[in-house]
Design a protein around this ligand. Sequence first.
Ligand SMILES: *[C@@H]1O[C@H](CO)[C@@H](O)[C@H](O)[C@H]1NC(C)=O
Ligand SMILES: *[C@@H]1O[C@H](CO)[C@@H](O)[C@H](O)[C@H]1NC(C)=O
Ligand SMILES: *[C@@H]1O[C@H](CO)[C@@H](O)[C@H](O)[C@H]1NC(C)=O
Ligand SMILES: *[C@@H]1O[C@H](CO)[C@@H](O)[C@H](O)[C@H]1NC(C)=O
Ligand SMILES: *[C@@H]1O[C@H](CO)[C@@H](O)[C@H](O)[C@H]1NC(C)=O
Ligand SMILES: *[C@@H]1O[C@H](CO)[C@@H](O)[C@H](O)[C@H]1NC(C)=O
Ligand SMILES: *[C@@H]1O[C@H](CO)[C@@H](O)[C@H](O)[C@H]1NC(C)=O
Ligand SMILES: *[C@@H]1O[C@H](CO)[C@@H](O)[C@H](O)[C@H]1NC(C)=O
Ligand SMILES: *[C@@H]1O[C@H](CO)[C@@H](O)[C@H](O)[C@H]1NC(C)=O
Ligand SMILES: *[C@@H]1O[C@H](CO)[C@@H](O)[C@H](O)[C@H]1NC(C)=O
Length: 435
Amino acid sequence: MKVPTLLTQAIGLALFFGVAVEANAYSRTDACHPHHPFKPLPASHARHKTCHVPSHGNGKDDSANILSTLKRCNNGGKVVFDADKTYTVGKAMDLTFLQHVDLEILGTVQFTNDTDYWQANAFKQIYQNATTFFQLGGTDVNVYGDGTLDGNGQVWYDLYAEDALILRPILVGIIGLQGGTIGPLKLRYSPQWYHFVANSSNVLFEGIDISGYSKSAHTAKNTDGWDLYRSTNIVIQDSVINNGDDCVSFKPNVTDIVVQNLHCNGSHGISVGSLGQYKGEVDIVENVLVYNISMFNASDGARIKVWPGVSSALSTDLQGGGGSGSVKNITYDMMTIDNVDYAIEVTQCYGQSNLTLCNEYPSSLTISDVHFTNIKGTTSGKYDPVVGTIVCSSPDVCSDIYATEIDVTSPSGDNSFTCKNVDDSLLDVNCTTSS
Ligand SMILES: *[C@@H]1O[C@H](CO)[C@@H](O)[C@H](O)[C@H]1NC(C)=O
Ligand SMILES: *[C@@H]1O[C@H](CO)[C@@H](O)[C@H](O)[C@H]1NC(C)=O
Ligand SMILES: *[C@@H]1O[C@H](CO)[C@@H](O)[C@H](O)[C@H]1NC(C)=O
Ligand SMILES: *[C@@H]1O[C@H](CO)[C@@H](O)[C@H](O)[C@H]1NC(C)=O
Ligand SMILES: *[C@@H]1O[C@H](CO)[C@@H](O)[C@H](O)[C@H]1NC(C)=O
Ligand SMILES: *[C@@H]1O[C@H](CO)[C@@H](O)[C@H](O)[C@H]1NC(C)=O
Ligand SMILES: *[C@@H]1O[C@H](CO)[C@@H](O)[C@H](O)[C@H]1NC(C)=O
Ligand SMILES: *[C@@H]1O[C@H](CO)[C@@H](O)[C@H](O)[C@H]1NC(C)=O
Ligand SMILES: *[C@@H]1O[C@H](CO)[C@@H](O)[C@H](O)[C@H]1NC(C)=O
Ligand SMILES: *[C@@H]1O[C@H](CO)[C@@H](O)[C@H](O)[C@H]1NC(C)=O
């Protein structure tokens, strides 16, 4: 997908009219469409010098070149990764010192396949054992250029099949970024999640093109498009995601999020959660607007997944349950689905296959003020005649969950929903199981 670089356009226009490019040269808020962010995003300041990153070529590590160029051009510069070059990164780069700087990536940045090095040295982000190839943070940073970041994932997909406890790096770590635009960019072959965004605020992602399939029998697992954590006022828009896990996922303590105009293919949907994974922790997800999503070949369209009140094991490397918190003011408006197992899935029994056990220990994480509206299309038929499921673990923990203008059928024309422990008078769907 080609997305116009609003940033370049704004600066280009300013130069054309001969005006000095000053603060407010580029408004991130105006770039958000049709919905604006919950709070205005800070405008980007002008850049006044350009530095090109040299590359060794032949697969030799360029991380020192990248670091020194970023340091030289930080505070008001633009750092260019040239179009005809491939930059090899063989060392974990801490880029949390960035201030008022642009990274224009025209060429390709490829991370090495040295799985021993990365397992020992990738940045540990603690949450869910996440590690990242690099961590980018600071203030007012723009990364664009429509070039490619390549995670060299194949070696990781194959290794993970042998040992599910290896730590596979995340391609893009946005850690502690206050004010920034990420995209347009092409992201390829991430070893696991494509983006981990933590401790960040006021960031716009746009024009991100994600793809990367395994060439062996070992599928690329856990390739979420975005995982947001401890972050606020983020916009994700105008992007194409071809992956094999959540298209976008809102993890603990994420507020004021707009996600709009996405094409997701092969994913697990746009997910709140999983939440409540860690006993004794309080997880909050509040004020999320998901608008205008096309969802193809997915397990879910709109999804809220909460671990039960009892510990459970989803897989070797993913266990949890027993945490508390709240999910509040979540809107899914306008989604078209095709070949999706559940159009809507709300569960408080995530990771636990024993339903009896789940009902014995209801989740203490509350879900309220949730709106599913204007969702249409055809499911895969996997759960025929059921096309959606809204199941809370007790009536006390779920309130004000609405479904309106839902026009979803299975290939055979059925349209049943499984509804439990929710007020089905607020659900304008055909609930077949109620209690
Ligand atoms: C890792 O990359 C090197 C250099 O590009 C290459 O020679 C080697 O075959 C790769 N190893 C694997 C397991 O893909
Ligand atoms: C975020 O900030 C908190 C508090 O400063 C810190 O403990 C944590 O390591 C940071 N990073 C992540 C990924 O949570
Ligand atoms: C983190 O890794 C440890 C050791 O590999 C494993 O026991 C644990 O289940 C992992 N935790 C998560 C949340 O993935
Ligand atoms: C999330 O926010 C809640 C409420 O402020 C707090 O108790 C909890 O420690 C936070 N969790 C994380 C992981 O930051
Ligand atoms: C919805 O998103 C698509 C891109 O996926 C875009 O082409 C279309 O204009 C958007 N529609 C609205 C109403 O914003
Ligand atoms: C979805 O991805 C598959 C490859 O797994 C591809 O064949 C198909 O064309 C894609 N469809 C859409 C609608 O993007
Ligand atoms: C709830 O989210 C909507 C956007 O979907 C927003 O307009 C509204 O202000 C939010 N409510 C509160 C109380 O923040
Ligand atoms: C994905 O969806 C598209 C459009 O519905 C379809 O043409 C394609 O065959 C699907 N691909 C897979 C891998 O299911
Ligand atoms: C499910 O949990 C119940 C209640 O703890 C227990 O009696 C039952 O044996 C469990 N079933 C399975 C298949 O583990
Ligand atoms: C419920 O099912 C009937 C029969 O298929 C259909 O006419 C009606 O539109 C459905 N209602 C909703 C809200 O989907």
